[in-house]
Design a binder for this molecule. Sequence first.
Ligand code: CTP
Length: 427
Amino acid sequence: MGFITEETIAFIEAVSIVSVETGIAAYAVGGFVRELFLGEKNEDIDITVEGDAIQFAKQVARLLNLTNVQTHPQFQTASVQAPSEGWIDIVTARSEYYPYPGALPVVKSSNITEDLRRRDFTFNAMAIPIRERKMLPLVDPFSGLKDLQKGLIRIMHPKSFHDDPTRIFRAVRYQTRLNFQLEAETKEAMQTALKANVLETISNDRIRNELIAILHEQCPNNALRLLDEWNILKYIHPGLTAVHAYNGLISQIQSSLTQFALLIPFYKIVSWEVYLLGLISILQPDDAQNFLERYHFPRSVQNKIDELRVVQERDLINILEQHDHLKPSRLVELLDGLSKETLLWLMAKVSTPQARFHISLYLRTLRHVKPQINGHTLLKMGMKPGKAVGDVLRAIRKEKLDGRLITLDDEKTYAKKWIDTYLTDGT
Ligand code: CTP
């Protein structure tokens, strides 16, 4: 069994109390239950109740003194913000049907078995009742636990992939993440659905979200290979079908990210963006443009695409690969202004160990080197406000990076020399 944080336990206790008070049955469901049985650390709990989820969530929040509750009456769901676990969803048990392939489902309130029946795979269709501060026995009407133990991905009914073709992408993620296999009939159903071109029925926004989820995985390379094997990449973009052209780069990105996670665990890096840059950078310019227009990635991605252009304009790949010895100040001049994600992509892209070392050095230390002295001190020393203050600070940073200024006094002496020059120039 996996382990649960103290905060999640407190939440479960509150759910249990509200369940007894209201007589409304409550369950932990979906990924939380799956991960628990897989023995993984589990933070993301989802609760389903057989009744009004919004009132239920408000009562749970009140018990725990939590004030942030978001409600979505049209979907009968609510989210409670827990201090460190983030938003916890409480939803009303529902059954649903799909009016046509790829459509969003039509839903109506229901009981837990019907709620589990509408789900993607049997191992995601298990629920743990939360009652009297206990969490057991397991509600498992579709033998999900058996499939979980056998490592099988099994759909709930033959038309599952037609109802919701995004389940094809979800199967790719589970197969690569958990090292599971598609159960024989599920495999056949998927092939039938793919032959019927069901992926053409889903919107670009939904495909984008699935692609992001795939790039969010620990080993996106394996997932991309599987997408290739199942002939799915062409639905994302025809330019991505030549996997051999980029799996070296994607593997290299994976190593750079792992190395950084080990070296600097507190570094917050949006890893899927680094992988996305990897994909975009191998596309022909027209394809890249078309890909970006089609998927409307968030603004943060557009900024990084602009940075790829900066990398090109500064000729960074050539400069870094051709110079084994670059002064720290030169490295800063070359790399300043690029995000950590773009730098990690660049680190994977360059082909020499020395170039990689230089980027890593910049990421780990050089980008944090700043003068101890600040603008106020310079003004006190006699400078007038204006552009020159920034110039002096930049010059001090450069000297400091190259090891010519060590102490605060060194910086002051250097600044004094500059000020004398500026003041005699009258600037
Ligand atoms: N679900 C589903 N069909 C989908 C999406 C979700 O049946 N297309 C159900 C599954 O039961 C899933 C739950 O909704 O377990 C929650 O979805 P999500 O948060 O996307 O997945 P998790 O299982 O929590 O975990 P992961 O994202 O790691 O796969």
